[in-house]
Design a protein around this ligand. Structure first.
Ligand SMILES: [Ca+2]
Ligand SMILES: [Ca+2]
Ligand SMILES: [Ca+2]
Ligand SMILES: [Ca+2]
Length: 422
């Protein structure tokens, strides 16, 4: 009614008065008491049309203020109510929290929960927040994918979770790739794959259930874990076939291979494998419970722990082809056969310091040259008093722990057994 009067009288009213008229029309108590509270202005320094602090003015608002509050960061125009919530640890939409579960973003662009779309779009590091994402994810160009709060990349049906087909430079960080017991977690041909704090878990496959690193690929691993993967053939955790692989601080735990290399198998003749500050714990295989190395070249292993791995041959490590240098490693209580198995004529193996204990036989050199460059502690435990190095040449097997201290190097073959090389 009041509205009608106002229009009929052709009286000029400002916008606020007009809104009051509208409100009154729906409020029977209008006019009985004075509820006419002045509308406040809020400082809007970043110009996103949402104010932060109250400015002390009422409408009409002066410059740099606005009657709409709710800006939780008035220094950043991209942060305001209704802005897309990005995966960045910050509250972008001013809802009161960084509610980022299931959010994927590249810079200021959000992809909701669609990681595949983000990979296709590219153009910057992809940030993936907590949540579960369903692959497969095929990387066909350079990409950085960085997780926050341990997002899980999985796949419910057949096919690897993540494939780096033809990708040149791939950086994956703080992600969990979960094969969910149906396929391997990672399949790489990338010549530049970096895994930083990436977990490869619950994979299943013939070779390399956690990851199959294919011919001529180059991979660096830093931190993270390879856990609970099961291969029917070689490489329960990882199978490196003609592949370069550097491992720093990664934990291989509870992986199983029906063939060789419960934690890691290395084969074919190209590529360098270097491992440091890692741990192989509770992996199981028919040969090389922790690691099998079957490649011309050199296995480099430093400051790494091999514990409670299990295999009838080479419970911790089997080097059946190629050379090895095992430095300052802790190798104890592996189960099955000897802890260390070396078995190629002419190959050279050097043990430098470290500790080997808790096995019926510490090391077995079937063939090759075996050297000890620093004192290795072959401590038996009360339950394993015969835990000394044993060398098997042909049918002759004998313990040489004491001789090793004075000799330093043995040459072993299947004809004459082992003789001091000095
Ligand atoms: Ca603002
Ligand atoms: Ca803002
Ligand atoms: Ca955010
Ligand atoms: Ca929020």
């Amino acid at each position: 009614m009041l509205w009608t009067l106002a229009l009929a009288g052709c009286a000029w009213i400002d916008e606020r008065a007009f809104r009051d008229v509208l409100a009154c029309a729906e409020d029977p108590s209008c006019g009985e008491t004075d509820t006419d509270v002045p509308e406040l202005c809020y400082v809007d320094l970043d110009g996103d049309n949402f104010g932060g602090e109250a400015s002390g003015h009422v409408v009409p608002c002066p410059d740099d203020t606005i009657a709409i509050p709710g800006d939780c960061d008035d220094t950043r125009p991209e942060v305001h109510p209704g802005a897309p919530e990005l995966c960045n640890g910050e509250d972008d939409d001013c809802s009161g929290s960084a509610d980022e579960t299931g959010v994927v973003s590249i810079g200021a662009q959000t992809f909701g929960g669609d990681l595949e779309a983000a990979i296709e779009a590219g153009g910057g590091p992809i940030h993936v927040c907590a949540g579960s994402y369903v692959g497969p994810f095929v990387l066909a160009s350079d990409v950085d994918i960085i997780g926050f709060a341990d997002p899980i990349l999985g796949r419910p049906v057949l096919g690897p979770v993540l494939v780096t087909a033809a990708a040149l430079d791939v950086h994956l960080e703080s992600l969990i790739l979960d094969g969910r017991g149906v396929h391997r977690s990672l399949d790489s041909t990338s010549p530049g794959l970096a895994l930083v704090d990436v977990d490869l878990v619950n994979g299943s496959g013939t070779y390399g259930a956690g990851a199959w690193l294919r011919s001529l690929s180059v991979t660096t691993m830093e931190g993270g874990a390879v856990r609970g993967n099961v291969a029917s053939e070689d490489g329960g955790g990882i199978h490196a076939n003609n592949a370069w692989l550097t491992i720093d601080g990664t934990v291989f735990e509870g992986n199983v291979a029906g063939g060789a290399g419960g934690g890691l198998s290395v084969d074919s003749d190209q590529g360098v494998v270097a491992i440091e500050d890692a741990a192989f714990v509770g992996n199981v295989a028919e040969r090389g419970g922790g690691i099998q190395y079957n490649r011309a070249g050199l296995l480099q292993l430093a400051r790494t722990e091999l514990v409670a791995n299990e295999a009838p041959d080479g419970a911790a490590i089997a080097v059946i082809r190629g050379n090895s240098r095992i430095e300052a490693c802790t190798i104890h209580e592996n189960v099955g056969g000897e802890a260390l198995l070396f078995d190629q004529a002419g190959a050279e193996h050097t043990l430098v310091g470290g500790t080997v204990y808790g096995h019926p036989v510490g090391a077995q050199v079937r063939q090759g040259v075996f050297r000890s460059e620093a004192t290795v502690d072959w401590s038996g435990t009360p339950d394993n008093e015969d835990d000394v190095t044993a060398f098997l040449g042909g049918l002759a097997r004998y313990d040489v722990e004491d001789e090793l201290a004075s000799c330093g190097a043995f040459v072993c073959n299947t004809i004459v057994g082992c003789v001091c090389a000095n």
